[in-house]
Design a protein around this ligand. Structure first.
Ligand code: ASP
Length: 362
């Protein structure tokens, strides 16, 4: 993530939730705490910002009586199938060897069940395979070759998930990794020191998390991703790990994440957010508390900026049984998609710990 800090001075203060927080410009997240409390439970669908269509689709199905899990999976399938989305499903950015590997998890609140797949290749809808793991196996998480075999046994079709555009992005990354390997980007005969400098620009994340309450008041969620672009083959992020990238408790609410999975895996934030909500915190407060935990537990110097704040971002999204919803991120600028029954979903700014500013374009 391209971040520079707008304000040098930082405040240490107590959040409305009663914990110590680092907050940025204009008191950052604290100033933004605005839980949306409903008096009666109505259906709600929340997702990461790439889920405008997904949340609208899920809400449409819920209003027709669908179970929340079927609805959110149908919603994220739109993003998994989208050739223009390089972060999820088909057209996802590949691992360092140019092979697309996908992660996904689902949780079904009313039956207290879950399923997940990780590092699955050649299947564009890992969310559907995750649900199949939940419905048709005695396991919770199946990975790699085993996940592909399981999917094929259930009739999923193998296909090439690498589009021309994803391959070109991967090749550009590979050719610009180092001046000391044998891969060269396009260049002319006068070029010197070619092959370096695009790493951070191209190394992006992306995922969709989508959670919903249906007409019966039941809660479910799904998270699906191609994970970190150009990862080491076999790397698994937070998305398929129940408790980290997704957690649902039908009596309390649901939470999910996008962003640097390595940081979230060390905190298991989604289960923590649900537990904070169980203790009475609003979804937004609970998401912020998870961000604070990650910020305070990031000790490795390579991951911290000069102020000692994480260089990376993690975003959380949550809904409560009462129909409240909210999102928070370590850095400002993130948004989430919400649908409370409208034809079109809308985007809302996430609360945040630190104010970021995009670096000026070169
Ligand atoms: N959380 C995902 C992962 O670490 C990636 C992302 O959301 O950007 O695999």
């Amino acid at each position: 993530m391209d971040i520079s800090i707008k304000r040098r001075d930082f405040l240490k203060t107590a959040t409305a939730a009663g914990v110590t927080a680092l907050v940025g410009d204009k008191l950052g997240a604290l100033g933004q705490l605005q839980a949306q409390t409903k008096t009666a439970v109505k259906p709600v669908v929340i997702s990461s910002a790439n889920g405008l269509m997904a949340t609208a689709k899920a809400m449409e199905m819920i209003q027709q009586g669908a179970d929340a899990l079927d609805a959110v999976i149908a919603g994220v399938n739109i993003v998994e199938d989208d050739p223009n989305d390089n972060s999820v499903g088909y057209a996802g950015l590949p691992n360092e060897e140019g092979v697309v590997e996908l992660d996904s998890s689902v949780m079904h609140g009313p039956s207290c069940r879950g399923g997940a797949v990780a590092s699955i290749r050649s299947i564009k809808n890992p969310s559907k395979v995750a649900k199949m793991v939940m419905d048709r196996s005695d396991h919770i998480l199946i990975v790699g070759e085993g996940a592909l075999k399981f999917a094929k046994a259930h009739g999923f079709q193998e296909e090439n998930l690498l589009t021309e555009s994803s391959r070109e992005i991967w090749l550009k990354w590979k050719e610009n990794l180092s001046t000391e390997d044998d891969w060269l980007p396009p260049h002319d005969i006068e070029s010197k020191d070619i092959g370096e400098g695009l790493k951070s620009y191209l190394r992006n994340h992306g995922t969709i998390n989508c959670d919903a309450i249906d007409l019966k008041g039941n809660i479910s969620g799904v998270t699906t991703t191609s994970g970190l672009a150009f990862k080491i083959p076999g790397r698994v992020g937070d998305s398929p790990i129940l408790g980290a990238g997704l957690y649902v408790d039908n009596e309390v609410g649901a939470a999910g994440s996008t962003g640097r999975g390595e940081a979230n895996l060390l905190s298991c934030s989604s289960v923590m957010i649900v537990e904070y909500m169980r203790q009475g915190k609003s979804p937004e407060q609970a998401c912020l508390m998870a961000c604070e935990r990650i910020a305070s537990h990031t000790k490795e110097r390579r991951l911290l900026n000069d102020q000692g704040w994480p260089k990376f971002n993690v975003n959380f999204y949550a809904i409560s049984k009462k129909g409240e919803y909210g999102g928070a991120a370590i850095w400002s600028g993130s948004r989430y998609a919400i649908n409370t029954g409208e034809k079109q979903s809308r985007l809302i700014d996430c609360a945040y710990l630190f104010k970021s500013e995009p670096k000026p374009k070169k």
